[in-house]
Ligand binder design. Sequence first.
Ligand SMILES: Cc1ncc(COP(=O)(O)O)c(C=O)c1O
Length: 339
Amino acid sequence: MTIEPSPKLDFSRFPRRVLLEGPTPIQHLPRLSAGLRGVNVFVKRDDLNGLGGGGNKLRKLEFLIGEALAGGADTIITVGARQSNHARLTAAAAARVGLKCELVLTRAVPRFDADYVDNGNILLDGLFDAHVHDLPGSANALQFAEDRAVELRTQGRNVYVCPLGGSSPVGCLGYADCAVEIIAQSKAMGVSFDRIVVPNGSGGMQGGLVAGLVSSGLEPSLVAGFAVYGPAGQARSITLDKANQTAQLIDPNLRVDSSAISIDESQLGQGYGIPTDAMRAAVRLLASTEGLLIDPVYGGKAFAGLLESVRSGNYRAGHNILFVMTGGLPGLFAYRSEF
Ligand SMILES: Cc1ncc(COP(=O)(O)O)c(C=O)c1O
């Protein structure tokens, strides 16, 4: 499919605190592509941004922190699993702008070895001086966060609560903006992408990209998500909601149709954060052919899905696939025993 130039979307009416240093590069992977029968794989390097070890959540955090500061917040609280990249980047962004940060992290992933419990993202959370609440896997983290916010407010603090994955409609604007960035880069490179492949966790990245494409009058089913958090049906309805809410923040007249949300659950394996053989092979292949690192929970499973789709003949020679590298490198250290 050809990506046409988009009408300029104006995000300037949304409060924003700049955390990125301009567009992230798109790179062609010639050695990897050579092994894929002429299908060209490109990567969008959203892992390459300068704050807190980098990763996709910084795009959302530009708008979330912007909203928090506009409301006079002095504290931000967010939720996630113990090795949450979103939590780590929220802590880093909070440090950068001078907000106090509390992280409500659950033991939702059944891993209890020292690497998972104490290394990787959680190590960095401590360096960013976040206050970590350690909850069992069954806990309702968002409820805990809301209750904690009430408690802090009674002490005079102004608290901003950020949902799972930073995927509120305001947060998803970061990926609507990224869609516009990809369109401009595609045009400048003279390359039209037949697919944009992403991991789908809380659905905000895919929902935001879809909203950005719809707002630009482009075909949103260009985005293919691989579910890593839950089954496809659940991921599809969450992502459709996020895409609609985000598109309507941009323009209240916009509607996203369910056919715009393409989600594949074939790489989920036994569930969120549980490794699969295909993930391990995909992480190794990208590292050993291109020197690039993806994480075991999100990028590794999505890239495994991309490889599987190519191998099963869903793409022809000359097709161009853009894989969004979302960061999460600290997760490799938390999953050391898998490699
Ligand atoms: C490294 C990484 N990639 C992808 C995602 C998925 O993004 P989303 O939650 O917006 O679907 C996440 C979410 O935490 C992540 O940490």
